[in-house]
Design a protein around this ligand. Structure first.
Ligand code: ADP
Ligand code: MG
Length: 709
């Protein structure tokens, strides 16, 4: 709320490319952070004014030192704060009065050690003056293009086209150094710390407009607001890649229903990245390797990957890797093969991988790369090279680069792998400097290509059909919930939950509540035999466990018997259970059992779960999650990605199940829990019976747990 007072992105300029910087807590003592920051600004050749602030010094590292912010005559765009935590609030006020815009708080000792109040006061004060806060508890901000090392990290990173945003300060410093040895270049490094004000989403929003950033690389521990992250990423025009560490605290209340206990926070993050159009990395190496490719190359927009190699072994390794990373190879078409055959010895192979053999010199590489790059069948190219006695690694690197240029193709990606010694290493450096990502292992070059494919895929997924929800009766749902609350309950009975489901268009069984045996008989006749009978009690959530379910009840006598048995069982199960009656239901024909559910995640709000029912969910936990609302593309993907997917597709001679109806129901369900997010904390439909194609599905059991109010 408070953020609305401040024009966000403009002020972020003052953080990421300030025109002048005051270092509050600047020091003349080497080793102190206040000394290091001033030294770093000087050494990075920062071109704006630097004002060291310290009442007990007159000069620091040759710069005039000021006793306080007020004493500075000129404008101060950003202030970097390195003084102890207890001083920061006072300094915030001073900076505010001076008209500082970017407030970069390196100091730690706030929220991360439990002092949230002080942190909030600082943000409030800063925002009141129109300042934005980066941090606290950060290393600082580094920018090659801005010639600015406003941090206590030792030097600017290896120069390049990516921006790294890190929630861990120590890791940022380590990766800063590693950028040189790994040869992965960054224009900016941003340490984001406690995210008291400026969070990952704000930073991405700014970097998306930054013309020096071509790929946004994230080290994430957790978000405060997962939904704003998704929204910002969806709009971003450049690739974003995230490495997620740890598992967030799952904020949902104790798992009263099934979904709660199955909800894995890590799974939700993975899905959220996908839904946001964000590529994922598996570890730090992978983050570096993929960042390099994403910052230098266009996405891989089709399935046809061609590998060119001078060694059979690395070709096979790369082929295996391609399958492992989801971009399996296919044979090149005849015309491609015929042409490539002209540029290799007889014993070479023009299939895919294209093996131009160990005799290959620069010209063969040039010809093969130029031709392949330009051929419409080829969507992307991985070039492998094993160092040989008959070839020159550097010459080949230059040849590959030249061939790409000559092909005139700019919208297809290429990655390279050299296996060899020092000459190969140097040649790879040269390639990277010339915009071609090169890696020391074929596996890595393929993985980088897979990242470019993943980027294209997640972006395609964002172009979704709009789901139309007709006939939603929100008022009716709210009324049912309000009545249950008035009754002093925080859960709905199956009958009530189904009414809520029906109000959102979900296909439910016919249900009638019987209070007496005679009424039960009457209602069973109305529905038609066979029927299902179940206890309706807010005190019995798992009805079968209580002996409270009878299926396939065939006649009047059966109804009377079942009525008595269910009542007796339920009372035996819980002596003073409040029993509303017994529900008489149509007996749904057999279908494949699936479970739909929702749980409220602390970070992402209502999330949707889907899986196969029965032992698949109980034992195998074969379920998948999405942040709501679930788009139709995502719903289809959910159905396809569980291990049990072949069962729905029609395994072992079974007819395929109605997955279109199922996808629609997932969308409707997700819409329901999002729309009722203030009311519902957890819910499930377990089971839903799914029928053959065209026959739809039916919800036979329903459960809703309300938010405590
Ligand atoms: P529980 O509270 O034990 O989960 P359910 O309502 O899910 O109770 O009923 C238990 C099982 O009975 C279901 O898993 C399903 O196999 C079957 N069942 C319940 N209702 C129906 C129905 N209307 N038609 C067909 N089968 C049903
Ligand atoms: Mg059930």
């Amino acid at each position: 709320m408070r953020r609305n007072k401040v024009d966000k992105s403009k002020i972020l300029d003052s953080i990421f490319q300030p025109k002048s910087i005051a270092v509050v807590g600047a020091s003349a003592t080497p080793g102190k952070i206040g000394y290091t920051v001033v030294k770093n600004l000087i050494e990075s050749k920062y071109e704006g004014k630097v004002y060291p602030i310290n009442p007990s010094a007159t000069e620091i590292l040759g710069l005039k030192c000021y006793p306080s912010i007020e004493e500075v005559a000129g404008e101060i765009d950003a202030a970097v704060i390195t003084t102890p935590a207890k001083t920061v609030l006072g300094i915030t006020e001073q900076c505010g009065k001076k008209g500082v815009k970017g407030f970069i708080v390196i100091t730690s000792g706030f929220g991360e050690v439990g002092d949230h109040e002080l942190e909030e006061q600082i943000v409030e004060t800063a925002n009141r003056f129109g300042m934005r806060v980066l941090g606290p508890n950060i290393v600082g901000v580094l920018s090659n293009s801005g010639k600015m090392n406003a941090s206590f990290a030792p030097f600017l990173p290896f120069n390049g086209k990516a921006a790294l945003v890190s929630q861990s300060g120590a890791l940022l410093i380590a990766l800063d150094a590693a950028s040189y040895t790994r040869g992965v270049g960054f224009d900016k490094l941003v340490s984001i710390g406690n995210m008291s004000d400026i969070d990952i989403a704000d930073t991405i929003e700014w970097l998306n407009k930054d013309d020096q950033t071509f790929c946004i690389s994230l080290y994430v521990e957790g978000f405060k607001n997962g939904r704003s992250f998704i929204d910002v990423c969806k709009k971003a025009q450049k690739p974003i890649i995230a490495l997620k560490a740890g598992v967030s605290a799952h904020g949902a209340a104790a798992a009263a229903s099934h979904t709660g206990s199955l909800a894995g926070a890590a799974k939700i993050y993975g899905s959220a990245f996908q839904q946001a159009g964000v590529v994922q990395a598996t570890d730090l190496d992978n983050l570096f390797d993929r960042t390099l490719a994403l910052s230098l190359q266009p996405s891989l927009r089709g399935e046809h990957l061609l590998i060119i190699t001078n060694g059979g072994g690395v070709g096979v390794l790369a082929t295996d890797a391609a399958e492992r990373y989801g971009i399996p190879l296919t044979f090149a078409p005849e015309d491609v093969q015929a042409e490539l055959k002209k540029h290799m010895p007889d014993f070479g192979s023009a299939k895919n991988p294209v093996d131009i053999t160990g005799q290959a010199g620069t010209e063969w590489y040039v010809d093969a790369v130029r031709y392949a790059m330009a051929h419409p069948w080829v969507d992307g190219l991985v070039v492998l090279y094993c160092e040989t006695a008959v070839s020159n690694p550097q010459e080949i690197a230059e040849g590959i680069h030249q061939a790409v240029l000559e092909s005139g193709i700019k919208d297809k990606p290429i990655t390279v792998s050299y296996v060899g010694g020092e000459k190969s290493d140097n040649a790879m450096k040269w390639l990277v400097e010339h915009g071609i990502p090169a890696y020391a292992a074929p596996d890595t070059a393929i993985n980088a290509m897979a990242a470019l494919r993943e980027y294209a895929r997640v972006q395609e997924m964002l172009n979704d059909k709009e789901v139309i929800y007709d006939g939603v009766d929100r008022e009716k749902a709210l009324k049912i919930i309000a009545d249950a609350r008035a009754d002093g309950r925080d859960s709905l009975t199956e009958v009530e939950a189904k009414q809520v489901f029906a109000a959102y268009g979900l296909p439910i069984t016919q249900n009638y509540l019987a209070k007496t045996e005679d009424q039960a008989v009457e209602l069973a006749q109305k529905i038609g035999y066979p029927v299902v009978m179940k206890v309706v009690s807010p005190d019995i959530l798992h009805k079968s466990d209580a002996g409270g379910v009878k299926v396939n009840v065939k006649d009047e006598q059966g109804v009377r018997e079942a009525f008595k048995t269910i009542m007796a069982n339920s009372k035996a199960y819980k002596a003073n259970a409040n029993i509303h009656g017994i529900v008489i239901q149509e007996m749904a024909p057999w279908g494949t059992e699936v479970i739909l559910g929702s749980v409220n995640d602390a970070t992402f709000g209502p999330t949707m779960m889907f899986g196969l029912g029965g032992i698949f969910v109980e034992v195998l936990k074969d379920v998948t999650f999405r942040v709501t609302p679930v788009s139709s593309n995502q719903a289809t993907r959910m159905i396809g990605e569980i291990r049990g997917a072949p069962i729905l597709a029609g395994a072992r001679g079974e007819k395929p199940r109605d997955r279109d109806a199922l996808a629609k129901t997932i969308c409707q369900y997700s819409n329901m829990v999002l729309d009722l997010a203030d009311e519902i904390t957890e819910s499930d439909a377990n089971p839903v019976l799914v029928y053959e194609n065209g026959q739809g599905l039916k919800v036979v059991d329903a459960r809703i747990i309300l938010k405590k109010k």
